[in-house]
Design a protein around this ligand. Structure first.
Ligand code: PLP
Length: 405
């Protein structure tokens, strides 16, 4: 028997790996020093832990350890990258290129700069698979462009963008390239040299590390990227991010990166096979199921599907012993369908029917079987109550129906 509830929402957050927790524990009560204390062993011990983590994190993305700046998470990293570049290079230009399916941490940073009159932003569209066209990136570059910000892989539909190609274009045109790589790092190979990335945001809690810790990679050479800091203070992190370092969090983040580096390839094979099994199981049992995202260029653990004639929110309520996520963001008054799913050109109804499954390290074969059965049964039950589904089954063209008659 599987243990309930089942967690299958690993794009939202992940459990801390027990090996990560073991690495962290001594840094709460024994090695509790301030990493900035230079004159005693407590400080040195903490600094040693931070140095090791910096190496582990840099190693995972082929960076140098001095290029890693610790932050409170990827939201802060994205904010610092975008606002820091725009502020520092304001005499050079003020144009940003990004895309419509970015995380809110990127989109809202851009919006804030627009509202303040500090930047003009081009939001590139994506194709029906959620992929941005590098040709469009090239076309959008002007002599005022100071930053391109395109994510590595999307957090809702898992689509992996052609990052190395975009990196090449950015290099060619001398534009700084920031990449929100939160969902990609530790799941698929990310290499800041191969991919031509100048700034990169990552987060501990998406890769089996703790919450509240992240990093920003800042290229030191070819080109050396400069940023205006958003947080002023003691000048930690080479002046780019002041504040006493979260030593246990950083140590855990480092350990999580080390494990990811060692196990990524075998883990990706296992994640992909569980995900494919889930996908095949749902598509076998149900008609009118639609895949959202790219069929192949997709994160190994991601499955986003729309179950036609079923509200995502109703489905979630019906399967309350399975933790998955619907595309709809619940706001106080309205249920807005996901802007990411809408950007793929999916119609409103299907966008409301989307469910995101995030298979992760601790999911088992038995859990996938259980979720497949549980979700299929609930979809069938909800459809049995749907007059629209009945009509569609009887061959009535719903778009041609005059509902007022
Ligand atoms: C989770 C996530 C973030 C935010 O990361 P936090 O560390 O939680 O602030 C940013 N971008 C993407 C793509 C994410 O999935």
């Amino acid at each position: 028997m599987v243990k309930l509830p089942i967690y299958m929402d690993n794009h939202a957050t992940t459990a801390v790996d027990p090996r990560v927790l073991d690495a962290m524990l001594p840094y709460f009560t024994q090695k509790f020093g301030n990493a900035a204390s230079r004159n005693h062993s407590f400080g040195w011990e903490a600094e040693e832990g931070v140095d090791k983590a910096r190496n582990q994190i840099a190693g995972l993305i082929n960076a140098k350890s001095k290029e890693i700046i610790f932050t409170s998470g990827a939201t802060e990293s994205d904010n610092e990258a975008i606002k820091g570049v725009v502020e520092f290079y304001k005499d050079k230009g003020n144009h940003i290129i990004t895309c419509v399916t970015e995380h809110k941490a990127v989109l809202d940073s851009c919006r804030a700069l627009e509202r303040a009159g500090k930047a003009s932003v081009t939001y590139l569209a994506v194709d029906k698979y959620g992929m941005v066209d590098p040709g469009q990136v090239r076309k959008a570059i002007t002599d005022k462009t100071v930053l391109i910000s395109i994510m590595y892989a999307n957090n809702e539909v898992g689509t992996i963008h052609p990052i190395a190609e975009i990196g090449r274009i950015a290099k060619e045109r001398g534009v700084i390239f920031h990449c929100d790589a939160v969902q990609a790092v530790g799941k698929i190979p990310v290499d800041v040299e191969r991919d031509g990335i100048d700034l990169l945001a990552m987060s501990g809690h998406k890769i089996y590390g703790p919450k509240g810790v992240g990093a920003l990679y800042v290229r030191a050479k070819g080109p050396r990227v400069r940023l205006t800091p958003m947080i002023d203070g003691g000048g930690h992190e080479r002046g780019m991010r002041s504040g006493t370092l979260n030593v246990p969090g950083i140590v855990g983040f480092g350990a999580a990166c080390e494990i990811a580096g060692q196990e990524m390839h075998s883990e990706a094979v296992r994640m992909r096979s569980l995900r494919d099994k889930l996908q095949a199981g749902l598509f076998e049992r149900l008609d009118e199921v639609y895949l959202n995202g790219h069929p192949t260029e997709r994160l190994p653990g991601n499955l986003n599907v729309s179950f036609a004639y079923v509200e995502g929110e109703s489905l979630l309520m019906g399967v309350n012993d399975v933790a998955v996520s619907s595309g709809s963001a619940c706001t106080s008054a309205t249920l807005e369908p996901s802007y990411v799913i809408r950007a793929l050109g999916t119609n409103e109804e299907l966008a409301h029917s989307s469910i995101r499954f995030g298979v992760g390290r601790f999911n088992t074969d038995e859990e996938v079987d259980f979720v497949t059965e549980r979700v299929s049964r609930e979809v069938k039950r909800l459809r049995e109550m749907s007059p629209l589904y009945e009509m569609a089954r009887e061959g009535i063209d719903l778009k041609a129906v005059n509902w007022r008659a």
